[in-house]
Design a protein. Structure first.
Length: 608
């Protein structure tokens, strides 16, 4: 009986129903929750949609630059001298990478939620294994890469810039997380060291730093464009939204340089400077009729396509334009031309060239000549004779001649650092200074200025300003400096310089008449002149029947047994002029002698 009562009691307790209000409360709460979610969704999707779209754009949309290609630098025949190539820049997100490093120090069971969302341990281990490969491809120390990342707290850090495309492809194949690439242009110079000092260089940002690159940076550079993209939380581009502003590419620039001739001149200069054990050399070739610079070379040089930070400054300078020198006897034709033009002398005027004293200074010649006429003074390069001719000119007349051919003035060539040289106003000249300037001491000029000055002798007495850029005859307004009659006399004397008895027979070229003037100048050291340190010069023209080219050469401190302009610089002129005439297809104007075994025979010059 007791047992039955117990069972009956338990049965009654199990079957007792729950209060109805509790179930209704649960349903009501669920209804409220779902209604809240629905209302929130409607609020977000309908009433406040613009706000959240804007917030999404702020977090995911980015504006990226579109590189503008720098304009090409071309030679007169449209051959590339400088162009821009695509390279890749490797960069990383330090904030993301530092988070990875932190996660790596934690054991897997202890990884916080942030680490789990960042990267799992398997990928983290693969990343660690690939970093040495990255360092090897970039030719960097792995610790340097890690230090770059750890010390930067921003969202962007360059690992290495201007990486070639092949290497960049190999890096991309590593699938490193947190490392990215972007396209950047890099300047490439097709002739390397041959045109280095003329063209100059650009920096890592592709901005001109020296030479033509600096002078015309604004027009060459162009302007970057912009594109809009969508990025994910790992900073990867997942969608292209379009171009905001297209890039404006730089304008091409055409120089007057002939690339082939530039190479020939550079090689000739390099070999001659090395053979003469000289400090440096520089040479300029002008088109005598247009003033266009066909070649401008310097040695030593450097390769602008590799790192130039440690290159000596002397190797980076365009000595032909930026350096000035006392030009020595290359000034004598100008002094003689001024006196001829004035009518103070004639071609056959004879001078006593034994000795002369100006003030307290005794002027001397390297060889003794008792008497020389005007042409003989030019042929033998007599200092005494030149000073006596100078004494027939006023200081103003002599100064005017120098000024009219561009001395003492910066050449109008838009080249950074172009030197004006030194030519003091005639009012301050002392008699001894006027005398020494007549044969090239006490004033200074660049090799480029010397070549430019000699344009009067190639154009019947008309001066033509030189240029580094291609132009035609219609752009030139020649200035008459001396008469054709005066010019013919000077040309005859210049040709005598390169003939037997002159100071530069080594300036002769087979098949062409040549002329020019040597210069051998003591270098100034401190307040005086060194007795055994020289510069050798030669500035000349060819062919003399109608000069088409002007070549000016300077060799600094030749030290292999000879130092005269006629033995050091004149042979360079001959080689450079010969190849220049051949490249320009200029007809010969002199019979060509057969080799010695047939020395009585000659090949006549062409009649055209």
């Amino acid at each position: 009986m007791k047992f039955h009562q117990t069972v009956s009691t338990q049965s009654t307790s199990i079957s007792s129903p729950l209060p109805i209000w509790r179930s209704r409360l649960v349903v009501f709460i669920l209804f409220i929750l779902f209604s809240s979610l629905l209302l929130r969704g409607l609020w977000i999707q309908w009433f406040n949609n613009a706000f959240y779209e804007e917030q999404s754009k702020i977090r995911t949309e980015r504006s990226l630059p579109i590189p503008a290609f720098r304009g090409k630098i071309l030679d007169r025949n449209n051959n590339n001298l400088a162009t821009s190539l695509n390279t890749k820049t490797i960069w990383a997100d330090p904030s993301y990478m530092n988070r990875l490093e932190k996660c790596k120090t934690l054991l897997q069971p202890k990884l916080d939620e942030n680490c789990r969302n960042t990267l799992d341990l398997k990928l983290l281990k693969q990343q660690e294994e690939k970093l040495p490969k990255l360092a090897s491809l970039l030719d960097m120390n792995i610790e340097d890469i890690k230090n770059k990342i750890s010390k930067n707290k921003l969202g962007f850090i360059y690992i290495k810039r201007q990486v070639d495309l092949v290497t960049a492809r190999k890096i991309k194949d590593l699938n490193l997380v947190g490392f990215y690439q972007l396209i950047e242009p890099k300047r490439y110079y097709t002739q390397g060291e041959v045109t280095a000092q003329l063209l100059g260089i650009t920096d890592i940002e592709d901005r001109g730093q020296e030479g033509i690159e600096l002078a015309f940076n604004k027009s060459l550079a162009g302007k970057y464009g912009q594109r809009k993209v969508t990025k994910d939380r790992l900073n990867r581009v997942v969608d292209e939204l379009g171009v905001i502003k297209p890039p404006i590419h730089g304008k091409d620039l055409v120089l007057s340089i002939d690339a082939h001739l530039q190479t020939e001149v550079y090689n000739a200069l390099k070999e001659a400077v090395q053979a003469n054990k000289a400090k440096l050399g520089t040479a300029v070739v002008l088109d005598a009729k247009t003033g266009e610079t066909l070649a401008i070379a310097n040695w030593p040089s450097y390769n602008p396509n590799i790192k130039v930070a440690n290159v000596f400054e002397a190797s980076r300078k365009n000595h032909a334009l930026t350096d000035t020198f006392e030009p020595g006897s290359t000034m004598k034709p100008l002094t003689i031309a001024a006196a001829l033009e004035k009518g103070a002398i004639k071609s056959n005027t004879v001078f006593n060239t034994s000795s002369i004293v100006v003030g307290s200074k005794s002027v001397s010649d390297s060889h003794h000549y008792p008497h020389l006429d005007t042409l003989g003074i030019l042929q033998k390069s007599s200092n005494i004779g030149t000073v006596k001719i100078s004494m027939m000119l006023s200081s103003e007349e002599q100064w005017n001649m120098y000024r009219q051919v561009g001395l003492g003035q910066t050449p109008d060539v838009d080249f950074p650092g172009s030197a004006s040289g030194r030519l003091r106003n005639f009012k301050s000249w002392k008699p001894v200074e006027k005398a020494t300037m007549a044969y090239g001491y006490g004033l200074s000029a660049s090799i480029f200025q010397l070549a430019q000055a000699y344009t009067i002798f190639a154009n019947e007495g008309k001066f033509i300003p030189a240029t580094l850029y291609k132009r035609d005859l219609s752009e030139i307004t020649p200035k008459q400096v001396i008469s054709k009659q005066t010019n013919d006399v000077v040309l005859k004397g210049l040709e005598m310089v390169t003939q037997a008895g002159g100071t530069a027979p080594q300036a002769q070229i087979a098949g062409y008449r040549t002329g020019g003037k040597t210069g051998t100048a003591h270098k100034q050291v401190g307040k005086g002149y060194a007795s055994n340190i020289y510069r050798a010069f030669f500035t000349g023209l060819a062919p003399m029947s109608d000069p088409k080219i002007i070549v000016s050469v300077m060799v600094d401190e030749p030290s292999n047994g000879t130092y005269y302009g006629g033995t050091v610089a004149a042979p360079i002129f001959a080689r450079v002029a010969e190849v220049s005439l051949r490249v320009l297809n200029i007809p010969m104007d002199k019979a060509v002698e057969i080799p010695k075994n047939n020395k009585d025979k000659k090949i006549p010059a062409p009649t055209h």
